[in-house]
Design a protein around this ligand. Structure first.
Ligand code: SF4
Length: 352
């Protein structure tokens, strides 16, 4: 397979879904964009009905099942958008959404109602100028996060122009890029594109979205190495997904593979309440148990923070597990702390 599959018919014809599902998948594709690029298609075992790569990227008739608690804008971007392309939720940072296009469309995407080639939210030159004016006018903005869609589908020329504009805003000290391109289309990460992301005196952090160790192919690892060698700190954001990474083995393998690629696990996101994604969500207890397993078995480098984006635009909060319990004490603070293997200890220790 040499080019990206964009339709339900192509998905079925190439054997990624049964032909009899075609009509249902066309209904899914009418609402939510489909793109399965060759680099990810090559990882899918078409004979495995539970393949963790297919679960993430191949449309499923389960997406037609909308649950009452699911939301069109689950993390509340719109409530914090002062001008087109900007989301200003936290005081010191903004999202700058340059494009609704992605190299691959994740079936659980929290912005699935906003991303895709037919969504009318590409940022025009005039809208980009207004968004940059907003950043210039707000001196409290310390960090700008390029997101989308996926900003790295844009040309090196366009990205260089945006990075230069941000470089020229004194109060912006850090630029961060959220992307899946190094995984979905590693050949795009050419030396020219990597150079376009660098700015003179400010760090460019790249936060990659990776959910399964198999996504880190030799080509993806080489793409990440080009960015790391160019001096860009690399982070990973992963989403906890049923049947993809919800076992200690799968999550542990992912975290270790990331660190081996010089990518620091940053957030493990609880899956958002995006429409038609119930089959991929777990309970919060699953995530907390996984985090305990990671803490007990793997290096501190391999520990992400497990977070929930609170529906309604209230931002992210760490959701545990907690290792500390307060005890009633006479005239002082006393707590019980749990160690990495489940042992419980009073602090301060008694009788010392
Ligand atoms: S790459 Fe990101 S924005 Fe694009 S579909 Fe996947 S999760 Fe959504």
């Amino acid at each position: 397979m040499k080019s990206t599959l964009h339709t339900a018919a192509q998905i079925c014809e190439h054997g990624f879904a049964p032909l009899e599902n075609r009509a249902a998948l066309e209904s899914v594709a009418a609402s939510y964009a489909v793109a399965l690029p060759p680099a990810l298609a090559a990882l899918i075992d078409r004979d495995d009905p539970h393949d963790p790569i297919a679960r993430q990227f191949v449309p499923s008739e389960a997406e037609l099942d909308r649950q009452p608690q699911e939301l069109v804008d689950p993390i509340g971007d719109d409530a914090h958008s002062p001008v087109k392309g900007i989301v200003h939720r936290y005081p010191d940072r903004v999202l700058l959404k340059l494009t609704p296009i992605c190299a691959v469309y994740c079936r659980f995407c929290f912005r699935r109602e906003m991303v895709g080639p037919d969504k009318a939210n590409a940022l025009s030159a005039a809208a980009l100028a207004t968004a940059l004016d907003y950043i210039r006018a707000h001196s409290e903005i310390w960090e700008v996060i390029l997101t989308g869609g996926d900003p790295l589908v844009l040309s090196a020329r366009r990205l260089r122009a945006v990075m230069k504009a941000l470089d020229n805003i004194d109060h912006v000290k850090v630029v961060r890029i959220h992307t899946r391109v190094p995984i979905a289309d590693p050949a795009r990460m050419t030396p020219e594109l990597v150079r376009a992301l660098k700015i003179k005196a400010k760090p460019t952090y790249v936060a990659m979205h990776v959910n399964h160790a198999r996504e880190l192919t030799p080509a993806a690892r080489a793409a990440c190495a080009r960015m790391a060698d160019a001096g860009m700190p690399l982070l990973a954001q992963s989403v906890l997904l049923a049947g993809v990474n919800d076992t200690p083995e799968a999550m542990g393998d992912l975290m270790r593979a990331l660190v081996e690629c010089r990518i620091k696990p940053y957030y493990l996101h609880h899956a958002d309440l995006a429409p038609g994604t119930g089959h991929l969500r777990t309970g919060i207890a699953t995530g907390q148990n996984l985090m305990r397993e990671l803490r007990g078995r793997l290096s501190g480098l391999c520990q992400p923070t497990y977070v929930l984006d609170i529906p309604g635009g209230h931002g992210k909060s760490p959701i545990g597990p907690s290792y500390i319990e307060r005890m009633a004490a006479n005239g002082g603070e006393r707590v019980v702390v749990e160690d990495f293997s489940g042992g419980r200890h009073q602090y301060p220790p008694q009788n010392i």
